[in-house]
Design a protein around this ligand. Structure first.
Ligand code: ZN
Length: 293
């Protein structure tokens, strides 16, 4: 499932073909993805120029000159690919690694940049919705989302405040989108490992009795920043390699230190522990019980 860094990579990959370009034609090839398309979905897109392509948590947000915003979510298996004019004239140039089946190409934007932007989603948990920009604040999908983990707002003091009275584990708190937006299972496991904090630790221990951030909170925020920035950077490099081959955006194999590495030796220098897995709030947690306290 794509997490924040993958969505950010997709945004950067789409930007050159979308920003400043007009949507000449939009195709919604079915009635629904995870939710039904709005009845006027195509009509509100065609003829509009994309003034900017932003991101909030795991949502891509295309700002249209009409004053609407096109919200796009990749769901579990959604991916975009960008087909350029010259690619279309080169038979056999395209090969689809992630999904071979064009039957799962559900939405296509034909841009004035000459690119066709294709959304493919075999499992159809992805979705798109058009919202007037001035109604974004009231949009239920966005309401209640906490701060962006890479934004200025999110720091140790804020994290400590949000966790101060929580009776949950640190892992559960970080997955709570009201505490911080866009973090998923993989990056939470990785951030806790890097911060050497146990996923079972009580979230409230991030704050001192006075409600100030404990040293753990600073460590954790630094770890979250580092892991996300590294993943976005890696996504950027694979984007450059990728675009030369098939234009597909969104799925890159990052190397994780603990995620999906049950039974392997802990990669922390001098630790000597073993990566373990257990189920926590219905999700797999990977961690090193020896160095994460
Ligand atoms: Zn360890």
């Amino acid at each position: 499932m794509p997490e924040l860094p993958e969505v950010e990579t997709v945004r950067r990959g789409l930007q050159p073909s979308m920003e400043g370009a007009k949507i000449l034609k939009a195709e919604a090839r079915r009635k629904d993805l995870r939710f039904p398309f709005q009845k006027d979905f195509v009509a509100r897109l065609e003829g509009q120029t994309v003034a900017g392509l932003g991101r909030r948590a795991k949502y891509l947000m295309a700002d249209l000159t009409s004053g609407d915003v096109l919200l796009m979510h990749l769901g579990m298996s959604g991916s975009f690919r960008v087909l350029k004019d010259d690619d279309r004239n080169a038979p056999g140039h395209f090969h689809y690694e992630r999904n071979q089946d064009r039957a799962h190409d559900h939405v296509i934007f034909h841009m004035s940049s000459g690119a066709a932007i294709i959304f493919n989603d075999p499992r159809r948990f992805g979705y798109m919705k058009i919202i007037p920009r001035n109604a974004l604040e009231d949009e239920p999908l966005l309401k209640g989302l906490g701060p962006e983990p890479l934004g200025n707002e999110f720091d140790a003091a804020m994290l400590a405040r949000s966790c101060a009275n929580k009776k949950t584990s640190l892992k559960a708190a970080l997955l709570d989108q009201r505490v911080v937006a866009g973090l998923g299972n993989i990056y939470v496991c990785e951030a806790l490992f890097r911060a050497r904090l146990s996923p079972r630790r009580l979230a409230a221990t991030l704050a001192t009795k006075k409600g100030e951030p404990a040293e753990y909170a600073r460590r954790l925020v630094t770890a979250i920043h580092d892991i996300l920035n590294q993943a976005i950077k890696a996504g950027g490099s694979s984007l450059r390699d990728h675009r030369q081959t098939n234009g597909e955006l969104g799925y890159f194999q990052h190397s994780f230190r603990v995620y999906d590495r049950e039974g392997e030796k802990c990669p922390a220098p001098g630790c000597g522990g073993t990566i373990k897995r257990f189920t926590q709030n219905g999700r797999s947690t990977f961690w090193c019980p020896k160095c994460q306290k």
